[in-house]
Design a protein around this ligand. Structure first.
Ligand code: SF4
Length: 326
């Protein structure tokens, strides 16, 4: 089983069982530069989740949330950002485009305001590291040590298909939960056996992020609680905007999309599993048989199966023009 196919099947399985927002392949470093990417992220909803879904279906740029724009009177956008002007302009334009800000021109200048207060919409965040074959662990130990010492997410879980030995458990931090995933012959039929429960991490305190391992020493960054809180918000926002259905379906007759799990996956009959179209499919594949592009609307599926809202009502106020006289 490829890591990609494992990941998709796991996401499809979890989506039918958890309420949270699931996503794949998100950056989970706080230090700059940091290279940690989490395979799967599950964000539990907070008390104001519906306020968040009503604003936009996209990721809200962090610089826009962090800015002093606010919901009151519109402000000249350059006065409301403290970051680099290029980043500020990008964030302002994007926030207007997705409906988090509304804008108006006065005397040739662009004034903006938030359409709604940024809501308290997420709660617990769980990160899942997929390693279907523990016989090929790669950087697994270092990755999990980073997650445990940084404590950016509330819980970290290792998901594998391998038989998990005591030696495996000893090599990874005690706080990391371990799931063994059992697959049936039918694609999409999974059962998760919890080998070890995850221990909640201290997300409210500072964290240590290892940056590089050198002989005899490890370079680290100390990350403050405030930096972590901001990184958690970025992670939650990216998760909401992106989701996990970030894959394509190959234009190949061997691909017979399966919905066995309730989610449509790019199952290939020739390979006997879900395939990564971009890296695996095309004329160089021995099983390739050209076919028309499959028409599958994954956004509609996400909208139907999750609490993510494809077409939010938006909170853009009608331009009353009152501000011009305020
Ligand atoms: S190109 Fe190869 S791997 Fe991709 S769907 Fe066709 S047969 Fe399967």
């Amino acid at each position: 089983m490829s890591e990609f196919a494992f990941e998709l099947e796991l996401c499809a399985h979890l989506e039918s069982r958890v309420e949270g927002i699931l996503s794949r392949q998100l950056g989970a470093s706080v230090a700059d530069p940091g290279g940690r990417i989490l395979d799967v992220v599950c964000v539990d909803s907070g008390p104001e989740f519906s306020e968040r879904t009503a604003i936009t279906n996209e990721t809200i740029p962090d610089a826009a949330i962090e800015s002093a724009v606010g919901t009151g009177r519109a402000r000249y956008w350059k006065d409301a950002f403290s970051c680099h002007p290029d980043q500020a302009r990008r964030a302002m334009e994007r926030a207007c485009e997705i409906g988090f800000f509304e804008s108006e021109r006065r005397n040739g200048r662009e004034y903006v305001r938030q359409v709604a207060r940024y809501p308290d919409w997420y709660d617990r965040i769980v990160g899942i590291e997929n390693k279907p074959d523990l016989g090929r662990p790669g950087d697994l130990e270092a990755q999990l040590r980073t997650d445990a010492s940084l404590a950016l997410v509330d819980e970290i879980v290792l998901a594998t298909e391998s038989y998990v030995t005591r030696a495996h458990l000893h090599r990874i931090p005690d706080s990391v939960g371990v799931w063994r995933v059992h697959r049936d012959d039918d694609p999409g039929e999974l059962e998760i056996e919890e080998i070890r429960e995850a221990t909640p991490l201290s997300v409210d305190g500072s964290g240590i992020e290892p940056l590089a391992y050198r002989p005899g020493r490890t370079e680290i960054a100390v990350v403050s609680a405030e930096e972590k809180a901001r990184a958690r918000r970025r992670l939650a926002e990216r998760s909401y905007g992106k989701g996990w259905r970030t894959y394509d379906f190959p234009a190949c007759d061997s691909c017979s999309p399966t919905t066995a799990s309730g989610s449509t996956l790019p199952f290939c009959a020739w390979a006997g599993r879900a395939v990564h179209s971009d890296s695996e499919c095309g004329p160089s594949c021995p099983g390739y048989d050209p076919a028309p592009d499959p028409a599958i609307d994954l956004e509609a599926e996400r909208d139907r199966r999750t609490r993510w809202c494809r077409e939010p009502e938006g909170k853009r106020r009608r331009q009353s023009g009152l501000d011009r006289f305020g």
